[in-house]
Write a new protein. Structure first.
Length: 193
């Protein structure tokens, strides 16, 4: 599926240690990582991804999970370097949705499943700085986390693109970006290429 959408697959692995070696050795433009990898099927993928980002700051990683794990999402976002995504496997419905998310993460953007965003915002709704955001700013922030562009946010919220961009800046002053890239490394057990 990745090759059909213009991605080159640099490598595929089946366990956490191999994933860490591949990510730090290949330094892919974006990596697809399953949270749970052999041998224990707990959080080897997530831990390897985090360690790889410590060794290669800003390494773009899209994590796939079967469940919302707030801790995993927070850990991914903690370095504020951008280039991260956290999607729920059963909510990625189309190839286009998935490849759009990959491209966003590869460019240094952040893509979060709406359910993940909802749980993160709910948990921190009484803490700073999210508590200072207006309801509209929270809406924009949630749409940004889904990887939507300013024009898509504007269309969704029935406001001008300029207004959407202004609200986005107010909601996320530390937003970062990286130049677009083209190669993908799939790091997923039995990933179909």
């Amino acid at each position: 599926m990745l090759k059909e959408h213009g991605f080159d697959v640099a490598g595929a692995v089946g366990d956490g240690p191999s994933l860490l070696r591949a990510l730090t050795g290949l330094r892919p433009d974006v990596a697809i990582v399953d949270v749970r990898l052999p041998p224990t099927h707990t959080d080897e993928g997530q831990q390897a991804a985090l360690e790889a980002r410590r060794r290669v700051p800003g390494l773009p990683i899209l994590v796939l999970s079967a469940h919302v794990e707030q801790l995993y999402a927070r850990e991914l976002l903690a370095d504020q370097a951008g280039g991260v995504g956290y999607l729920l496997k059963d909510r990625v419905f189309t190839d286009e949705q998935f490849t759009d998310a990959l491209r966003t993460v590869a460019r240094g953007g952040t893509v979060m499943d709406p359910e993940v965003v909802s749980k993160l915002l709910a948990r921190r709704s009484n803490q700073m700085p999210v508590a200072r955001l207006t309801e509209r700013e929270r809406e924009v922030l949630a749409l940004m986390a889904e990887g939507r562009s300013n024009s898509a946010i504007a269309q969704r919220l029935f406001v001008s693109t300029r207004r959407s961009a202004s609200t986005a800046r107010a909601s996320s002053p530390n937003w970062t970006s990286r130049p677009p890239t083209t190669t993908t490394a799939a790091c997923w057990p039995s990933w179909p290429t």
